[in-house]
Design a protein around this ligand. Structure first.
Ligand SMILES: Nc1ncnc2c1ncn2[C@@H]1O[C@H](COP(=O)(O)OP(=O)(O)OP(=O)(O)O)[C@@H](O)[C@H]1O
Ligand SMILES: [Mg+2]
Length: 354
């Protein structure tokens, strides 16, 4: 009964909006409008949900892959994993479906751009302040997934969407896995994430952990503040070797505005050994919040020179100088007093013993 009624509503709406063909409407509900972009396995469209009359984004699996059970499985997994995550820094999944043998995911439409394009638009990387503000949001989204027991496994700037008012949302929990579901025998032939951003352990084919996402976030942060990647683009085999064995060049070499403190954080996050990084994205986020707050405090101190901090040291010196003079004066008085008493006691002595 409900289905029939909904169908009537949809067809009326479709007629009203002047649709050319039903082929452009998935499951008689999602009207595809503009192509937003594409990745390795899917095309993303801006679309309208005719039922709820709202703008959404639809990710449609490419036709070549729609028949492959392996890709279908990956696609389904993406929808299921992300559908349970509800956080302001994660793209919300609304629906998942199959239309004429083509799989699709319906998700929140995020106006704006993605982080990869945003970095490319800026010549020498983003300003430290802007990069930190965006990066802290990325850590909050990924950290929330970590708390929910998920590893993203494919952290890269293409999967971070940025709204015009600088809000960041992480998307594509494509190969995200419930930690408990990662089995050692699944790992050998699996491709975990993108070779440009994946962690040394992913490159070695061992199970990823939240610390693997932390490493990939480190690569993203490196790129945000330098405008470069820690390891130059190359074939996947070479990149895997670089991530596993090569030390990344100092980010300060490419951008002198990066402080030693920030460089230390980036290089720690890019440690080859997972236990030497921050354990989760939440922890990394907290470190970055502390870093930005200390930078803000320093800037504030520089702007107002009469602060307690700047005044403290000369005052201490003045006090020390004053104390020295008093000591010398007291010493002199004591000397005079003692010196003056000696003839007095001698006079008393000779009076008693003439
Ligand atoms: N929810 C969304 N709202 C707005 N634009 C989006 C949305 N999701 C994706 N896009 C756009 O579509 C582009 C392609 O996304 P897609 O996930 O297919 O490719 P990718 O992340 O580059 O590669 P991969 O296949 O590895 O995921 C993104 O870069 C982004 O610009
Ligand atoms: Mg993507």
């Amino acid at each position: 009964m409900i289905t029939v009624n909904l169908g009537m509503v949809q067809s009326k709406q479709i007629q009203k909006k002047g649709m050319k063909s039903m082929k452009d409407v998935l499951n008689e509900r999602y009207r595809m409008e503009t192509k937003l972009g594409h990745g390795g396995m899917a095309i993303v469209y801006q679309a309208t949900d005719l039922m709820l009359e709202r703008t959404i984004a639809v990710k449609l699996l490419k036709e070549d892959f729609s028949s492959s059970p392996a890709f279908q499985e990956r696609f389904k997994q993406e929808a299921k994993a992300a559908a349970n995550l509800s956080h302001p820094n994660i793209v919300t999944i609304h629906d998942f479906g199959l239309d004429q043998k083509r799989l699709f995911i319906v998700m929140e439409y995020v106006p704006g751009t993605d982080l990869k394009k945003h970095i490319k638009e800026s010549e020498q990387g983003l300003s430290i302040e802007n990069a930190s503000r965006l990066f802290i949001q990325a850590c909050a989204g990924v950290g929330y997934a970590h708390r929910a027991g998920l590893v993203h496994c494919d952290i890269k700037p293409h999967n971070m969407l940025i709204t015009p008012d600088n809000r960041l949302k992480v998307t594509d929990f494509g190969i995200a896995r419930a930690l408990a579901s990662i089995k050692p025998d699944e790992i050998t032939n699996a491709i975990w994430g993108s070779p440009t951003y994946f962690s040394p352990e992913q490159a070695a084919g061992t199970p990823p952990s939240p610390a693997s996402d932390v490493y990939s976030l480190g690569v993203v942060l490196y790129e945000m503040v330098t405008g470069r990647l820690p390891f130059p683009p190359s074939n996947p085999e070479q990149l895997a070797l670089d991530h596993r064995h090569k030390d990344p060049p100092s980010p300060r070499e490419f951008n002198p505005r990066i402080s030693k403190e920030l460089e230390k954080i980036i290089l720690k996050v890019l440690s080859k050994e997972p236990s030497k990084r921050y354990r989760t994205a939440d922890q990394l986020g907290r470190i970055m919040i502390n870093f930005t707050q200390s930078k803000k405090q320093e800037a504030q101190d520089r702007r107002s020179p009469h602060t307690y901090h700047l005044d403290y040291s000369p005052l201490a010196k003045k006090e020390q100088a004053g104390l020295d003079w008093i000591t010398i004066l007291v010493g002199l008085l004591a000397l005079i007093a003692v010196g003056g008493l000696i003839p007095f006691w001698m006079w008393v002595y000779f009076q008693v013993n003439p």
